[in-house]
Every structure is written in structure tokens, then in C-alpha cells.
Design a protein around this ligand. Structure first.
Ligand code: ATP
Ligand code: MG
Length: 584
């Protein structure tokens, strides 16, 4: 492609709303342009790179036995009513009506459609297993679309769905997809890590996310510094250390703590560590109250709370809601005697009291006394809350967020390290959570009707592009791995003399005929402008044609990644280019 003819609107300045480097550079290099919040168009350079990711995904999925299909973007509400997700999905699902007043949604994911496809077309166990995938735009009305392609509302996804006669076969395919994802992200040149993940709104029994490690990632990963344990913060947990301490034997005692409500204020006043405090928080999970008690310096994981309660939305209760439920002002709640208090005050309310595992290593606690301006000290978990100092006890649930240096739950020695990551892929074992309600059936060997078990496997194709830039860039611009670069070679002529132009045109032809993709910056621009654009766009190899080089019988080159410069002899250019590009 000749630059002078191409639509490559490079910009010196990034748009004001571009907070992360991939967003800034994708816009500045003329690859994408914002149409509306979270909605982008791909310009000629951008679509080339997007197609490259899609093609890698396609090749690896085909190699793994997947079959490509293409499902509609607009999905009739009926299918979503069948699965039960029409009510459950919430405002991320964009719903619309056609001229006949029939309801549809824009597909945020396609379990319902693919289930319908299989229900109508597969009748016998002989047709299973199946892995059907598509590469298609999805729409999710994200509450906070941001970071350009990283969290868009309309974005490109590869979604695959597998169908099996039994769980063992699903396990097998899950492993197959896990390996396939590793190959895909490796081919994309990404440093990626698979982590244990929450199953979220998709549902199902287990899942892994593929995370690109990058400081701008929206996810946090906890991984062990000794063993291979790694999990999304939403899912990560920690080992309870047996310290050998003995629970306090002295009787609980009220202490006057006027106006002292926060963990910091109370622990500071009583000269104890925040870890000795039992924090009591009231949440509203959909329409029910959930009271969570945990160690004072820890936070509640809303993802875990959603998973435990099955609620679509959770939020902290307001002060007046807490007062209405318990009659105690915020800041002075505690678990001892709380249930009796609520019962006496408010027999109608639906509530649940949960104790986080972190409390299993508390031996001498302080908590709110359930009356204004008082706390209670000398809390013995076993005696006063009827819980054992032992995380295996049924009364404990896992609701807190892990912290750096928490003990690894899998090995005895390791500590958890927290890192940021961008989720580029997600694989799930779904079981029959869709097939059952949607009445997908096949006949087994003995002629009995059975529901297939399913897996589903997503890759954020457009997010992968952004993730690659987050990992590969410098202050001048993008540094594409060849696998994702819009072009292999960025050719430039240093001057507009007849000889230089003629030689560059011949070289351009030769490179293309030899199988390379070439962007030739043939514009009548200063060398500095051309270099700036070449570095900004980030194709892996820059080749320059100019009078000085030609006088020596050479073309000059620069490797974008490390700035290495050199000369090719004009005669051996193809061999040299081939060799250099092999490692880029
Ligand atoms: P997230 O937690 O980031 O919202 P998710 O768990 O909702 O992701 P999935 O439903 O598993 O995502 O979708 C499969 C893949 O699609 C994700 O791994 C991610 O790479 C990509 N993806 C999800 N939401 C977006 C988005 N808003 N913009 C771009 N890509 C996305
Ligand atoms: Mg999401």
C-alpha cells in the first residue's frame, strides 16, 4: 500500500479521553476512531491487524477441531426467555423492538442461539462431540466503556461452544481449548497467564481466564511466588495459618468508644491491631440483607458475595437501612447477639449472617457492641460465635479479598503476589445450565433422551490488539510483533529524486512479489515526519531508500523493536529481509 493513497490519519496528540497507552496509540496511529462511547470504527491499518488476530484464532480453532459458524447479532427475546437470562442479565443487555413490537437483544454472548442451533440440528449421540465457534461483534452496554478497545460496548469476540455426551469428554475438550488458547496467545506474541476465575453471569462450574500481564489491566491476579497457583482476585483465596495461639478466656467486656466508628479509629483508640477487630458490614444482595463479618483490615469481595448469594447486584446498605434493620447506628454493629436483636426489632426482614474465613485465625477479637458508642472486647470466636478457630468449619465462608503476602492456599511455603492483568480469554465448563432449561436433547446409545453437557470459550479479539500494545510500545509508538503488524515492512524513500523514487518503486514491487506485506511511505514529506509516523505505526521492519545508501549499493534498515540499524546490499535484500523478519 502506498501511504499517499491510504487513509492513515495519524495524529500528533492523543484524544483527551484516552487514558491508557493502547487507546492513545491506536487513535494516534490512525488505526481506530471513536464513533460513540465504547463504539469504534477500524480504519485500514486497524482492520489489517484485527484480521490478523482473527486469522490466528481461526487457524488454531480449526486445528483443534472447531467448526466455524456465524450467528446473528440480533437475537429474539424468546430464546433468552427460555434460558432465563432475559430477566437475569441486567442493563448490560441492550434490548430493542422491531416494527411489529417484537423484542430482541443485541448478543453479548451466544449460548442461547447456539443451543437453539444444536437443538434443531443434532438428534443423536453420534453427532457429538461438537465445537462450534464464530468470530463476530458483540454488544454489551458496559456501565463504564473506557480504555478504547479494551472495554468497548461493541467489540469483536471469538466465542466457541462445545457439546458433549459426558463430563469426561467435556474435561477433555476443556484441556484442548486451554492448550489452544496458549498457542493462540503465544502466536500473537503475548506474555499471558492462565488463572482460576469466577464464572460470573455466564454460570457453570469452573473456569480459567487468560491474562496478559500489564500495569494498566483492569483485573488483579493473585499468584504464588513458589508454586503455580494463580487466580483472579475475584476468586483467589488464602491459607489459614495455624498459629498455635489459644482463644482468649476472659469474659467479653464492653468498652466506651464515643464517636469512634471506623476500624482505624477504634483500633487506634484501643491500641490494638486492625487484624484484631471483627468488622461487620451490611450488604443488600438484590432484595435481601447479608451481614458479613470479617477481620478488620480485610475487604469484602463483591464478586464472591454475588457467587455465594446468587444475587445479580450487591451493594452496601445505607445508614438508614442498617438502622431500620438493627436499630444500631453504623459503626457499632457486631455479630454477638445480632440475630436476636434483629428478630426483636424487625421480624419481617430477610437477612443472613456470614462469617468470613479470615476470622478463623482470630483468637482475641474486638467488635461493635450493638449499641451506640460501645465496642466489646475479649471476643472468643468459638465461645461467643459458636465457630471453631479452623477454616474447615462449616460456619465460615470465603468472602474476603486476598492481600499481598497472604499464605498460598495450595502450597505450604508460598506467599501471594498481586499483579495487574488484561483478560483476553475466558474458558468455562458450563455443564447443562443452558441445555437443560432450553430443552436441548439428543438420543443416547440406548435411545434415551439426554441433555448434552457444554463448555464455552471466549477470546476478546479486539481487546487482544489493545493488550498487545499495552505490552509492546515505547514513547515513540507501537511495537507490533510481526504476527499482528498491519504490514511486515514500512518502506520509506528519503528524497523525491527520480532515481530514488524509481528504485523504491522497484523494491516495493519486489518485496510484495516475494510475499511480504509493505506499506510504502511515498509522500513528499520530510524524513523526520516519515520516521515519526513509521515509529508510531510500529511495523516491525523499516527499510529506507536514499541517495547516500544507493551510492554504496545499499538500502538502510531499522528494526522497530530495538532500534538496530544497518544496511542491506541491494542485491541480497530479499534474503536479508527474510532473515530479519523471522525473529520479529
Ligand atoms: P470482563 O470481566 O473484562 O468484563 P467478561 O468476563 O465479561 O470480561 P466474557 O464474557 O468471558 O468476558 O467474554 C469473553 C472475552 O471477551 C473476554 O475474555 C474479553 O477478552 C472480551 N471482552 C469482554 N467484555 C469486553 C468489552 N467490553 N470490550 C472488549 N472485550 C471484551
Ligand atoms: Mg464483562
Amino acid at each position: 500500500m502506498k501511504f499517499s493513497k491510504a487513509l492513515i490519519p495519524t495524529l500528533r496528540e492523543a484524544p483527551g479521553d484516552a487514558e491508557v497507552v493502547s487507546h492513545q496509540l491506536l487513535v494516534r496511529s490512525g488505526m481506530i476512531r471513536k464513533v460513540a462511547a465504547g463504539i469504534y470504527e477500524f480504519l485500514p491499518l486497524g482492520i489489517r491487524s484485527l484480521h490478523k488476530v482473527a486469522q490466528i484464532v481461526r487457524e488454531e480453532m480449526d486445528k483443534a477441531g472447531g467448526q466455524e459458524v456465524f450467528m446473528p447479532n440480533l437475537i429474539p427475546a424468546d430464546l433468552w426467555l427460555e434460558s432465563g437470562r432475559w430477566q437475569k442479565y441486567g442493563p448490560e443487555l441492550l434490548r430493542i423492538k422491531d416494527r411489529h413490537d417484537r423484542e430482541y437483544c443485541f448478543g453479548p454472548t451466544h449460548e442461547e442461539v447456539v443451543c437453539d442451533m444444536v437443538k434443531q440440528t443434532v438428534h443423536s449421540y453420534k453427532s457429538l462431540p461438537l465445537n462450534l465457534y464464530q468470530i463476530q461483534t458483540k454488544f454489551r452496554d458496559e456501565i463504564r466503556p473506557r480504555f478504547g478497545l479494551m472495554r468497548g460496548r461493541e467489540f469483536m469476540m471469538k466465542d466457541a461452544y462445545s457439546f458433549h455426551t459426558d463430563l469426561e469428554d467435556l474435561d477433555h475438550e476443556y484441556k484442548n481449548m486451554y492448550k489452544t488458547y496458549e498457542s493462540i496467545f503465544k502466536r500473537c506474541g503475548l506474555e499471558c497467564r492462565a488463572v482460576d476465575a469466577d464464572t460470573g453471569s455466564i454460570g457453570g462450574s469452573s473456569s480459567h481466564e487468560f491474562m496478559v500481564l500489564a500495569s494498566t489491566g483492569e483485573d488483579v491476579i493473585a499468584s504464588c511466588n513458589v508454586c503455580s497457583y494463580a487466580a483472579n482476585l475475584e476468586k483467589a483465596f488464602f491459607a489459614i495459618k495455624q498459629t498455635g495461639e489459644k482463644p482468649i478466656q476472659e469474659d467479653p467486656q464492653e468498652v466506651h468508644t464515643p464517636e469512634l466508628k471506623t476500624i482505624e479509629e477504634v483500633s487506634g483508640f484501643l491500641k490494638i491491631k486492625p487484624q484484631q477487630m471483627i468488622k461487620t458490614l451490611v450488604y443488600v444482595a438484590d432484595d435481601n440483607f447479608v451481614i458479613v463479618c470479617l477481620v478488620g483490615d480485610r475487604d469484602v469481595s463483591e464478586a464472591k458475595l454475588k457467587a455465594l448469594t446468587g444475587a445479580a447486584e450487591v451493594r452496601l446498605a445505607l445508614d438508614e437501612e442498617i438502622m431500620g434493620l438493627t436499630g444500631v447506628p453504623t459503626g457499632f454493629l457486631g455479630p454477638v447477639g445480632l440475630i436476636d436483636l434483629i428478630k426483636s426489632k424487625n421480624s419481617e426482614a430477610t437477612y443472613r449472617l456470614c462469617f468470613d474465613r479470615s476470622l478463623a485465625s482470630l483468637f482475641d477479637g474486638v467488635t461493635g457492641a450493638n449499641k451506640a458508642d460501645y465496642h466489646t472486647k475479649n471476643i472468643n470466636i468459638e465461645r461467643d460465635l459458636k465457630l471453631k478457630n479452623d477454616a474447615q468449619h462449616d460456619g465460615f465462608v470465603d468472602l474476603s479479598v486476598v492481600m499481598a503476602d497472604d499464605p498460598c492456599p495450595h502450597c505450604a511455603q508460598g506467599k501471594l503476589v498481586l499483579m495487574r492483568g488484561i483478560e483476553v480469554g475466558h474458558i468455562f465448563k458450563l455443564g447443562d445450565v443452558y441445555a437443560k432449561p432450553m430443552k436441548v436433547h439428543y438420543l443416547d446409545k440406548d435411545g434415551r433422551e439426554k441433555a448434552p453437557v457444554m463448555g464455552c470459550y471466549g477470546i476478546g479479539v479486539s481487546r487482544t490488539l489493545a493488550a498487545s500494545i499495552e505490552q509492546n510500545h515505547d514513547d515513540k509508538g507501537i511495537i507490533w510483533p510481526r504476527a499482528l503488524a498491519p504490514y511486515d515492512i514500512h518502506l520509506m524513500n528519503f528524497d523525491m529524486s527520480d532515481e530514488t523514487i524509481k528504485t523504491a518503486a522497484e523494491l516495493y514491487q519486489l518485496l510484495i512479489e516475494s510475499g511480504f506485506s509493505v506499506l510504502w511511505d511515498d509522500r513528499d514529506e520530510r524524513v523526520g515526519v516519515k520516521f515519526n509516523d513509521a515509529d508510531l505505526i510500529g511495523n516491525p521492519l523499516q527499510v529506507m531508500v536514499g541517495k547516500k545508501g544507493l551510492a554504496r549499493g545499499c538500502y538502510e534498515y531499522k528494526i522497530r523493536k530495538d532500534g538496530t540499524k544497518g544496511d542491506f546490499s541491494c542485491a541480497s535484500v530479499i534474503g536479508e529481509v527474510t532473515k530479519l523478519l523471522e525473529n520479529l
